[in-house]
Design a protein around this ligand. Structure first.
Ligand code: NAD
Length: 481
């Protein structure tokens, strides 16, 4: 049994009240670690540490901050195998995926913001010989970073890196469902000599830790990724205190396929955008709209491929679909599959749980493809966040745009067509913060990232993140005496 500790004021610590939570290995459904069940007093201690560390950290040169972040990035890279194994055991994702995507991306998040802060600059506005305005961007103070379980170290570092680079100190709260790599990151921070209190990582349940951060007077900004429900709770606490907040929340993303697309590339990519990470990526395309003239062909090919995907133990090399992250989430996905049947959907493949030989208590679900549902039904409106997609035929561009926008969410959309004018038209009119044309999940870390409607408030990525983690001040200087 492994024991995870909080990282507060530069040291690893047990929670003040000594309570713990179980951490499960989704591959076999067994408890394999204990994580602190921290409370308000642990958060209070971490905020005091972050406040004390702030004056010095915010006045370090950008070169120094760059150097610290680069050291963390290198240490993550050097520990790739260990971190990937930890992520796979904690989350249930295939080991090859953690090795190829999650951990390299965590290292590149650190590297990216280490170099971005070196290039960050501000504007000036000259007033015709009368005066000059210049924009000052100053760090905020102690800030909070709260992250989910689906891409644990990847999303955790995506928030922490710009916050630290901009000169803030951080109290971070990883998901209690997948806390292991955040704990390993705290050890890395100690090893590379990050000054005490600059980054504090407090584990525990959201209501006892994240909620305390959201309503705390000394926390200047909150960067959150997670469900829309929790995002709303955070906003309700933070808004009356006029804190800055950035909320990256749920999605119900359309994948729109026109008959003129590059069919083979579309088919391969649509397999990934449907089932990668067991469908537990906020950007997965869970509603697949297919032009009627190729609907039957697509359905046959897609279902054949979905049936062939190997659901297996996350550590096996040929596993394509690993385990679902938790029992609660496994139950939620199964509930939605049953609801789809009740709503009149036809299950074209999957729809069942899988009992793996030797790991019968693990949480596995077959890749599931459903058709025959109206756009208004719950299956097509609610985020399922699992290996479950629906197929919806369409006849015209107008019709598919209307259906794709008929949702409270607005995170990402994918469009498959060779018609460049149509691609631009849909990209401009679709209600999503991120649009991919003839690709999916291709990311340039400089670009703005975030959702519209119930999917988000604010943007992460590139200079957007550095702007979020700084306060903007205008200074106007008259030329005349
Ligand atoms: P969640 O909202 O349940 O939890 C996210 C984090 O918030 C966890 O650390 C949790 O402990 C904490 N939390 C819970 N209650 C809280 C409270 N009252 N106050 C403050 N913090 C609290 O989300 P999850 O189940 O971990 O993750 C899945 C969700 O995340 C999905 O909806 C998915 O779409 C979303 N997500 C969005 C993006 C994006 O970029 N938009 C990326 C990944 C995941």
């Amino acid at each position: 049994m492994q024991t995870i500790l909080n990282y507060s004021n530069g040291v690893l610590k047990e929670p003040n009240v000594g309570k713990e939570l179980d951490v499960y290995n989704p591959a076999n459904g067994r408890v394999y670690a204990k994580v602190p069940d921290s409370n308000a007093s642990d958060i209070e201690d971490a905020i005091i540490a972050a406040k004390n560390a702030y004056p010095k950290w915010s006045s370090t040169s950008i070169e120094e901050r760059h150097d610290y972040l680069m050291k963390i990035s290198k240490a993550i890279e050097n520990d790739l195998d260990n971190l990937a194994m930890a992520e796979s055991i904690d989350n249930g994702k295939p080991l090859w995926l953690a090795k190829a995507v999650d951990i390299p991306r965590a290292a590149s998040n650190m590297r990216f913001f280490a170099t971005a802060i070196m290039q960050f600059s501000s504007e000036s506005h000259e007033m015709n010989g009368q005066a000059i305005n210049y924009t000052l961007r100053k760090s905020l103070g102690p800030v909070a970073c709260i992250s989910p379980w689906n891409l644990p170290l990847y999303l955790f570092t995506w928030k922490i890196a710009p916050a630290l680079a901009a000169g803030n100190t951080v109290v971070a709260k990883p998901s209690e469902v997948t806390p292991m790599t955040a704990y390993l990151l705290s050890k890395i921070c100690i090893d590379i000599g990050l000054p005490a209190g600059v980054l504090n990582i407090i584990h525990g349940q959201g209501e006892n830790t994240g909620a305390v951060l959201s309503g705390h007077k000394d926390i200047k900004a909150i960067s959150f990724t997670g469900s829309t429900k929790v995002g709303a709770t955070i906003a309700s606490k933070a808004a009356p205190l006029f804190k800055k907040y950035s909320l990256e929340m749920g999605g119900k993303n359309p994948n729109i396929i026109f008959a003129d697309c590059d069919y083979n590339k579309m088919l391969e990519t649509t397999m990934r955008s449907s089932f990668a990470n067991q469908g537990q990526i906020c950007l997965c395309g869970s509603k697949i709209f297919v032009e009627k003239s190729i609907y039957q062909k697509f359905k046959k090919d897609f279902v054949t491929k979905a049936k062939a995907l190997k659901v297996g133990h996350p550590l096996e090399k040929d596993t394509k679909v690993g385990a679902i992250v938790s029992k609660a989430h496994f139950n939620k996905i199964n509930y939605h599959i049953n609801l789809a049947k009740e709503e009149g959907g036809t299950i074209l493949c999957g729809g069942e749980t899988v009992k793996l030989e030797g790991y019968k208590e693990g949480w596995y679900i077959q890749p599931t493809v459903i058709e025959g549902l109206s756009i208004a039904c719950s299956t097509n409106q609610e985020e399922i966040f699992g290996p479950v997609v629906t197929l919806i035929p369409f006849e015209s561009e107008e019709e598919v745009l209307k259906m794709a926008n008929d949702t409270n969410y607005g995170l990402a959309a994918t469009i498959w067509t060779q018609d460049i004018s149509r691609a631009h038209r849909i990209a401009a009119n679709i209600e999503a913060g991120i649009v991919w044309v003839n690709t999916w999940l291709l990311r340039d870390l400089r670009t703005p990232f975030g959702g519209m409607k119930n999917s988000g408030v604010g943007r992460e990525g590139g200079f957007e993140a550095l702007k979020f983690f700084t306060e903007t001040k205008n200074v106007c200087i008259a030329y005349s005496k």
